[in-house]
Design a protein around this ligand. Sequence first.
Ligand code: ADP
Ligand code: MG
Length: 312
Amino acid sequence: MLQALRSFLSRRRRPGIDMLVPRRAPPGPPKIDVSRVGHGFGVGPKRVVALKDVDISVHHGEFVCLLGPSGCGKSTLLYALAGHLEPTGGSISIDGVQVRGPGPDRLLLFQDPALFPWLTVRQNLIFALRARGLSRSAAEARARAYVSLVGLDAFLDALPHQLSGGMRMRVQLARALAMDPAVLLMDEPFAALDAHTRSQMHLLLQRIWIRDRKTVVFVTHDVREALTLGDRVVVMAARPGRVLHDLEVRLPRPRDPDDEALVLMSRRIRAELAGADAAGAERRREEEATHARTSAPGGAGAGPPAGLGAPG
Ligand code: ADP
Ligand code: MG
């Protein structure tokens, strides 16, 4: 009896089970609407289906992580959102307006901070802000405020090469936030940083996000990074690039990637990804076998000798 009660309680207390749930869209129109988006690179038998029938909606102020293995189409989708790539199928709209190219409402951040090496931190920010039409004094004030937000007040007049990789990333983040885009798009921005700097960036980004509630789409192949940062984790699989799950992460912030519940969740997602990977490999083997049969001399009917190859 006592044993049964204990087991019931431990099941009830098992963390990570009801904190990762299928996403339910909030009421109202989404900020970003990705509808049946597909994209193929190349033609003929070499054609790669980078995305197939992808549906994702993102509401204002959501932090969405696109998570999946290399090659599942995360960057392709992000570039399509940024307007740098026109998908071969489906449509993407932002605030109800179809995306037809890049715009000041969206800003894309990469691993490489892409700062002007001959300009100081302050000048790098001012340059970007002036290009957006701010007056000299407004740009100066804004540059100071955002450099301070990322904790680099002491480095306002430093040149990029005088900064560490993590600091340059902070400058890039400060510049992006200072430009105040409606949507921030991030493509594995912290992948090249060492583990310690990366977790500092996670804390910083969460702190800023809690303050500003920007709409963020953040691409990563790292399950724990996705669970640390996202309100939502959209789990993708490759070949063809598609959405497997759209999950809501109900963990309090700021999050610790070593948190027990988070680690449990990450195990569940990893298992899902491994399952999808195995199923994909199986499907490819079958396709290759079919292709070999139909393209062999003798045509469609010429199968492999009995007992060999895939089932017909
Ligand atoms: P991810 O960012 O998830 O690693 P990508 O979006 O970069 O994936 O790529 C998805 C698929 O499309 C991969 O198979 C990749 O090899 C292919 N791909 C990406 N860009 C090109 C391109 N310019 N030409 C041909 N194939 C591409
Ligand atoms: Mg990529």
